[in-house]
Design a protein around this ligand. Structure first.
Ligand code: M6P
Ligand code: ZN
Length: 173
């Protein structure tokens, strides 16, 4: 884990209950008394200021709900002209990018790969491997997180593992 961070977030299944497709399975797991950690974010957060970066290391655990792989919540930036860079440090992952018209693009985000998130794209990381997926993100400290649209509408496509294959399919919701 990174040695220097000033804020740690732990996101559990219950924090993502409305986002997974199979809400019935989520509720079944939670009502059985389990609430697994899906990911942790170690932030090196700087006060919001133009031209200053914040950074975060995210550890996204492997797993699925039904056939949908674990993912980060995903967000737009509150300040629209703010981009971001993700750098894969471990594991196998995908980065979903969705524009304001819900058009989706996917980039691979495996160990050693760098992905650029252009301004005005919602972004979500997905762990498609059997091990922890770890990535570093670097973003303007004044970007801000806007979760509202994603919490309401989700991404237009979801990432599933079926018969040993990874596929991007339409979000049935
Ligand atoms: C990356 C960055 C962070 C973000 C984290 C988890 O590290 O984009 O700003 O908080 O991923 O993603 P989310 O906030 O969408 O759950
Ligand atoms: Zn971001």
């Amino acid at each position: 884990m990174p040695r220097r961070y000033n804020k740690k977030l732990q996101i559990k299944l219950s924090d993502l209950r409305k986002l997974f497709c199979r809400r019935d399975l989520v509720e079944e797991i939670l009502s059985g008394g389990k609430d697994p950690v899906i990911y942790e974010v170690y932030q090196i957060s700087q006060p919001p200021s133009e031209g200053v970066f914040s950074a975060a290391t995210t550890v996204l655990y492997p797993g699925k709900i039904g056939d949908e792989y674990y993912f980060t919540k995903g967000h737009f930036h509150l300040k629209e002209p703010r981009g971001e860079v993700y750098i894969g440090l471990a594991g196998r992952g995908l980065l979903l990018l969705q524009d304001r018209n819900r058009k989706i693009d996917k980039l691979s985000l495996n160990k050693g790969e760098v992905a650029f998130i252009p301004p005005n794209y919602a972004h979500r990381a997905v762990n498609i491997g059997d091990e922890k997926m770890v990535f570093l993100s670097i973003y303007p400290s004044d970007a801000g997180h806007d979760y509202e649209i994603i919490e309401r509408e989700g991404f237009s496509k979801i990432v599933v593992g079926r018969k040993g294959k990874v596929a991007l399919v339409d979000n049935p919701k």
